[in-house]
Design a protein around this ligand. Structure first.
Ligand SMILES: [Fe+2]
Length: 188
């Protein structure tokens, strides 16, 4: 389950309803998806897409998305550093960024034109829909692994447009995860 942080206020939010409410203020949708049948996180892409067919079709109709694919990023991915560098500087896109996490973890930072930066750590089962034009950046967690379903309105147009604000340099791409939060609670 996702963890939402508001770094400037040292706030951490872990309940899905509260995370949805905070993100909704930026027009970002957050949902938890369950597969229609059990599917291994390393199953072939067709199997993954089949297990989430209902959710994908609903989302396609709602957002005008025309294609869905599965992308895998891990430490062995050729050119990983260059790929990550493209997305870890603040940018926006000419279409929505729609991502459903199947395996691994990563952190999105979102910066509203006015207001506080939000840091969302996504985990398997998390869907986010980030509207076109939203300022954001993305980092992987320490294990440098993520597998996601992506939906596109026009895959040909998928390029980051940079703000060059350098605001991203003020925020650590720290990953915590639910396991860490549980461990950090005082034992009694
Ligand atoms: Fe992006």
């Amino acid at each position: 389950m996702a963890v939402l942080r508001i770094p400037d206020e040292h706030l951490t939010i872990t309940t899905p309803e509260m995370i949805s409410l905070q993100l909704a203020q930026l027009g970002i949708e957050y949902e938890r998806w369950k597969p229609s049948r059990q599917v291994a996180p390393d199953a072939p892409a067709e199997e993954i897409l089949g297990a989430y067919r209902g959710e994908i079709e609903t989302l396609k109709q709602r957002g005008g998305y025309v294609t869905a694919d599965v992308i895998d990023v891990n430490p062995e991915t050729p050119g990983l550093d260059a790929m990550l560098a493209k997305f870890s500087s603040e940018h926006w896109h000419d279409e929505d960024e729609v991502r459903f996490t199947i395996a691994g973890r990563g952190v999105f930072h979102f910066r509203p034109h006015q207001g506080r930066v939000l840091a969302l750590e996504v985990e398997p089962g998390d869907l986010i829909r980030v509207p076109t034009g939203t300022w954001h950046w993305f980092d992987l967690c320490a294990e440098r692994r993520i597998r996601v379903i992506r939906l596109f309105q026009d895959p040909a147009g998928w390029t980051p447009k940079y703000t060059d604000s350098k605001v991203d340099q003020n925020y650590q791409p720290a990953c915590f995860g639910a396991a860490y939060l549980k461990q950090s609670l005082p034992a009694n």
